[in-house]
Design a protein around this ligand. Structure first.
Ligand code: NAP
Length: 428
């Protein structure tokens, strides 16, 4: 049994700094919990001379990946971010028979199945608890605690930046640009926020969750994705009047043996727990046939919560090394097809700007009827007297996406319709 486990850290930023500090400051605790001490052998960074809050022995720092990975290494902890060179260094590490711990959602979403197979082939493991939901335990519960269930649905709020922006728009009535600027000021949104607001980040995380929940490979390219940039402050007001919150929801639902996987701004009934997850918090709801619905909620990012998830994986890998056992490899045991968005059936919220004339409703009702989309309610909202326009909010009964889209093509052509302001789907 080894009495020391050698760890290499790739990256010493927000998360890497937290992990380096935890390994140093909690050395005794971890050593008792694992039965061997964790020794930090190398730290890969890009800028050797950078001023850092976290103080590590300068002799451990290197900017050379080959130097970082060479020698006697047991666990490689990848905290660089981005696809390259992270993917290449993870692959190299697994090929050399090292355990890998990563927080990298992009790499796991795009290359997870290949890397898991490589780890199994080499008798090691790749652990990625921190890749989804920061400090919230969700990967391990899906792999272990819920594994006796047939899961029918995963619904999640897994991007703190967008949840913060939507909370500001809803609570404070801010428009999108102001809410984004506020999120940037507070450090919740990056200078280039595209990855978050267009839903890419949430799609990577949903691909990881759906692959685990449904035991099949779901790639990020298979996920229908819509961002939050088209939302207006009044959508939140109208949704609230109708009894809904608006959330960027990541949904993977199994129906008729195929999967619907979506990331989109969604109307969630206000009495649901997910509707109350505000600010930078994240939450993941899983529906299993044995458990029913279970909800995991907490800090989806930040140095300390993410360090918690990374270190839990490091400790698990260290225990496996100490015991000398072969980890049970994760296997995809099912092949589940992904259904196109056109086949989605749900209720819709549609906001229209129309000429303020009594005849306008008849044409709109006819267009919906022509495509068998049944209207549940129509509410006339604010009128602009100067422009002689009014705003209508149409709620539909459950309808097929392709029928709704065809309806909107017809509606847009009506002479009294100025514009289709927004279309949002309801979930719940
Ligand atoms: N931040 C969070 O709250 C959070 C939450 C969940 C998951 N994650 C994930 O955790 C990972 C790390 O995120 P982070 O926020 O800690 O990133 P970060 O603060 O930007 O730190 C990245 C670190 O990697 C180093 N690095 C980047 N590219 C490199 C390269 N090509 N060669 C050598 N070193 C390189 C940087 O070196 P220098 O310091 O020299 O520039 C820096 O130390 C990402 O996958 C992220 O998605 C982060």
């Amino acid at each position: 049994m080894p009495n020391q486990v050698n760890v290499v850290l790739l990256g010493l930023g927000v998360v890497g700094g937290g992990v380096a500090r935890a390994i140093s400051e909690r050395a005794d605790t971890y050593s008792q919990r694992v039965g061997a001490s964790l020794a930090l052998r190398r730290v890969l960074v890009r800028h050797l001379e950078k001023e850092r809050e976290i103080k590590v022995d300068p002799g451990l720092l290197t900017a050379d990946p080959e130097e970082a990975l060479s020698g006697d290494v047991d666990i490689v902890v990848e905290l660089l971010g981005g696809e390259h060179p992270a993917y290449d260094l993870i692959k190299d590490s697994l090929s050399r028979g090292r355990y890998v711990v990563t927080a990298n959602k992009e790499v796991m979403a795009k290359h997870g199945s290949e890397l898991l197979a490589l780890a199994a082939e080499r008798g090691v493991d790749i652990l990625y608890e921190a890749s989804v939901g920061g400090g919230i335990p969700i990967i391990s519960p899906l792999k272990r605690d819920l594994s006796a269930n047939d899961i029918s649905c995963v619904r999640a709020i897994i991007n703190g930046t967008t949840n913060y922006i939507l909370t500001c728009m809803s609570r404070d009535g801010l428009d999108f640009d102001t809410a984004l600027a506020q999120a940037q000021q507070l450090g919740y949104a990056e200078a280039d926020p595209t990855n978050d607001i267009d839903g890419h980040d949430a799609a990577y995380k949903l691909a990881i969750l759906a692959s685990l929940a449904f035991h099949t490979r779901v790639g990020p390219e298979e996920i229908c994705r819509e961002g939050i940039g088209g939302l207006a402050a009044r959508d939140f007001r109208y949704a609230r009047e109708l009894g809904y919150a608006i959330k960027l929801l990541a949904v993977a639902r199994l129906e008729d043996s195929s999967l619907q996987v979506l990331v989109h701004p969604t109307l969630v009934p206000e009495d649901e727990l997910l509707a109350k997850v505000d600010g930078v918090l994240n939450a993941v709801e899983i529906e299993g046939d044995l458990t029913g619905r279970v909800l995991f909620q907490g800090a989806g990012a930040g140095s300390l919560p993410t360090t918690s998830a990374v270190m839990a994986d490091v400790l698990e890998a260290a225990r496996a090394l100490v015991l000398g056992g072969r980890p049970f490899p994760w296997r995809y045991t099912a092949e589940v097809a992904v259904r196109p968005l056109a086949e989605l059936v749900t209720r819709y919220y549609i906001r229209l700007e129309v000429a303020d004339r009594p005849s306008v409703l008849a044409g709109i009702a006819r267009a919906f009827g022509d495509h068998q989309v049944s209207i549940a309610s129509v509410i006339q909202k604010e009128a602009d007297e100067a422009a002689q326009t009014a705003e209508l909010v149409v709620m539909t009964h459950p309808a097929r996406e392709e029928a709704v889209q065809a309806t909107l093509v017809q509606v847009r052509d009506l002479p009294d319709v100025v514009s289709v302001g927004n279309l949002l789907r309801v979930d719940g």
